[in-house]
Design a protein around this ligand. Structure first.
Ligand code: ZN
Ligand code: ZN
Length: 309
């Protein structure tokens, strides 16, 4: 065999820390420490918890299942809503996020994978690839189906706007609830900002990042995918269904990540309800022969046999 035709297995040089690129994420991690001195109200804690799960839904339904994989269809206005609220997670632009995720599947656990835990280590796959200079730019060519929309290009470029908008809004609401007047945001809204926005965002970061790190390490493999992706119930619970990551690597075109009724997938249930009222449609399912096989080759054989019978 000609040497040129062999796949490259040489790891890329990765991991040069970039301070300017990382200053935002560092400050977001430091801010909640102030809660030790300020404390927080019950309302602040409820908001912290709620905004974790609401925004996790937009990360998984929006960034992941819609923009990265196109597993369902929706209108142009709801597409914008998905992108806007996904970006309130402060995980950069929608096109940047989806472009890197498509690269992850294209090169899963190969040297070109942006965040392979197998090749580049746990911490690099968890957060290192984000705070390094390696992936500041995205390959916009592979997201042309969405970068053609000017409102998405605007959101991608101005990715700081949605988190700033949310932070300001909840400081105002928190001030009002905690202090009782419209101007209380300047005196009583700070604890809501610290718990409801900053702490909630840090938890959301690590919930999301665990999909790239822990989900290629912990759990079981039902399907032979040629990578290290795993299924895990407890990770599925904290990520609203993303813990069925081996299912997802096996068959990415379905909106469902839990393939069986006992594989809890909250994001899918919410999308199902949204489809009943016509907000989303064409939810792609998992064909039975794909679900029952253990590899794509086996699924192809099963489909062929069924045709013959
Ligand atoms: Zn994916
Ligand atoms: Zn993965």
């Amino acid at each position: 065999m000609n040497k040129m035709q062999e796949p490259t297995l040489e790891k890329e040089k990765r991991g040069t820390f970039d301070f300017i690129n990382s200053i935002g994420i560092i400050l977001i991690h430091l801010a909640p420490i102030a809660l030790i001195w300020t404390g927080a109200t019950l309302f602040d804690w409820i908001l912290c918890f709620s905004l974790y799960f609401v925004r996790m839904f937009f990360v998984t339904a929006g960034y992941h299942r819609y923009f990265s994989h196109r597993t369902f269809k929706t209108s142009r206005w709801f597409q914008f809503i998905l992108a806007f609220f996904a970006e309130t997670s402060a995980q950069k632009g929608v096109l940047w996020w989806a472009a890197h995720h498509r690269e992850h599947h294209r090169y899963s656990d190969q040297p070109q994978d942006p965040h392979s835990a197998k090749l580049y280590g746990f911490w690099y796959s968890h957060i290192g690839w984000i705070v390094s200079s390696d992936f500041i730019q995205a390959n916009y060519n592979i997201i042309g189906d969405f970068s053609k929309y000017k409102e998405l290009r605007w959101l991608d470029k101005n990715y700081l706007f949605p988190p700033f908008f949310l932070a300001t809004l909840i400081t105002f609401v928190g001030g009002w609830v905690n202090g009782g007047t419209f101007l209380s945001m300047f005196t009583d809204g700070w604890t809501t900002l610290l718990a409801g926005f900053f702490l909630s965002t840090v938890l959301l970061y690590h919930g999301t990042f665990s999909i790239n790190s822990l989900m290629h390490r912990i759990g079981f493999q039902r399907y032979q995918t040629g990578d290290e992706s795993r299924n895990s119930l407890w990770l599925a619970l904290i990520t609203l269904g993303e813990g069925w990551h081996n299912n997802h690597h096996y068959y990415q075109s379905t909106v469902r990540q839990g393939f069986y009724w006992w594989e809890i997938d909250i994001t899918y249930y919410v999308l199902k309800v949204l489809s009943w009222v016509g907000i989303v449609w064409d939810l792609k399912g998992v064909p039975a022969h794909v679900r029952n096989a253990r590899s794509l080759e086996e699924a192809k054989k099963m489909a062929k046999n069924n045709e013959i019978e």
